[in-house]
Design a protein around this ligand. Structure first.
Ligand code: HSE
Length: 410
């Protein structure tokens, strides 16, 4: 029997305790031994909780107990989570985490500490909620050159974009609906500004490339500027607007960023609606693999936490080491090339053709000129926008177009 602990009895910690209790026998079969929850660290007493007798307030109770071998960190945030994780790893206890912020900011150090102290630092639950992603990337697909990871990594924004399309409502109304349904926080900025997706693509890119790019160095755009007319324009060309986290390797180039995209119907990602997540991974032998499921929620995320608890207890799976990304990695975003949807007021089609060349005009909102540009880099596009602005044009929207890659041979 393995003695374990949970730090933080919030949504994910509570779901983890429930799963350990409800599926005790299934977990024993999976791990080869029972996982016995000995402590829960929380600042609250929680007298109503069924786990109240397990609650301790001092990390020393867990760190100094030689019986405890594995600890789940479901605290969130960095300060306490970081301090406790370092202390536990130095004591030789494995830590499994649902904390994308901690992994994306301190993953290099924490993985190195785990290796040094002969224990594990695992974080399946940090990205994609219940969807197994880190395990498949670091084990089943690790012999492939991963050329691309592109995914809908945030359920809140995907719900908002889905409502803007299906309900014909604007961003603010869709956000209010999401908050009413409990899909968005009262302060939704981490979701709608792309920060949450940024942390997740940082973790996925590091898992694929063994180099951690901290969130501060990842180009990140959210969805706050997206208008209902942009979503309709996308639909008019058979696409859906999706916020994507992307990590793309093209030869010596590597782009890692978060931004909204027009995703054509031919991509499975365009059909992922509501709060669901989906992540497409491309390997040089396996081709495209798409993972789909619940990216958040107590039960789904607890499933990923317990998968890691089992791996830590049984010693299964790889123990990766990451490097800090060197200067020049990822590639300067200004050189990223794609087609883009642009919507302007105060310009005519001739002016657009003179500046952007062979564009495809599409239906936009009244009084606007909307079009798809040919492939060009970020810098080239910014230059074109500046030239049209000098001529009196006003840019209303810019959304990149996702290019569906070649499918693997059947
Ligand atoms: N708000 C996040 C989401 C929660 O919607 O995906 C999981 O990170």
């Amino acid at each position: 029997m393995a003695k374990i602990a949970i730090m933080g009895l919030g949504v994910v910690g509570g779901g983890t305790a429930d799963l350990l209790t409800e599926n005790r026998e299934k977990i024993r079969a999976a791990c080869g031994e029972y996982l016995d929850l000995k402590y829960i660290l929380d600042i609250r007493d929680m007298p109503e909780s069924p786990y109240r007798d397990l609650i301790v307030h001092d990390i020393a109770a867990i760190a100094d107990d030689p019986e405890v071998s594995v600890v789940a960190e479901t605290i969130g945030g960095v300060r306490h989570a970081y301090e406790h994780t370092v202390r536990l790893l130095k004591a030789g206890k494995s830590v499994v985490s649902s904390n994308k912020q901690l992994v994306s900011e301190h993953g290099v150090e924490l993985l190195a500490l785990a290796k040094e102290h002969n224990c594990r630092y695992l974080f399946e639950a940090s990205t994609g909620g219940g969807i197994p992603l880190i395990g498949p990337l670091s084990r089943d697909l690790s012999h492939n050159e991963i050329t691309e990871i592109s995914g809908i990594l945030n359920g809140t924004t995907n719900y908002i974009l889905t409502r803007m399309r299906d309900g014909g409502v604007g961003f603010e109304t869709a956000l209010a609906e999401a908050q009413q349904k409990g899909y968005a926080e009262r302060d939704p900025s981490a979701d709608v500004e792309g920060t949450d997706a940024c942390r997740k693509i940082s973790v996925l890119a590091a898992t694929a490339f063994s180099k951690l790019i901290p969130p501060a160095k990842i180009h990140t755009e959210g969805i706050t500027a997206i208008r209902q007319s942009d979503v309709s324009a996308a639909a008019s060309v058979g696409a859906a607007v999706k916020l994507l986290g992307r990590a793309i390797r093209r030869g010596a180039e590597c782009f890692v960023f978060v931004a909204p995209f027009f995703v054509p119907k031919t991509s499975p990602l365009s059909h992922v609606d509501g709060v669901y997540n989906a992540i497409s991974v491309t390997g040089n032998y396996v081709g495209d693999v798409v993972f789909y499921g619940r990216g958040a929620g107590a039960k789904a995320t607890a499933s990923a936490v317990v998968a890691d608890l089992c791996a830590a207890v049984s010693g299964a799976g790889p123990a990766p080491v990451w490097e800090a990304a060197e200067e020049g990695f990822p590639t300067e975003f200004g050189t990223f090339s794609c087609s883009r949807y642009l919507a302007f007021s105060g310009v005519d089609r001739n002016a657009v053709r003179v500046v952007f060349g062979d564009v495809e005009f599409i239906s936009g909102a009244e009084g606007e000129v909307a079009f798809l540009t040919p492939q060009q880099t970020e810098c080239e596009c910014a230059d074109g926008i500046a030239r049209l602005s000098v001529g009196g044009g006003q840019l209303l929207s810019m959304i990149r177009v996702y290019e569906v890659g070649e499918r693997p041979e059947a």
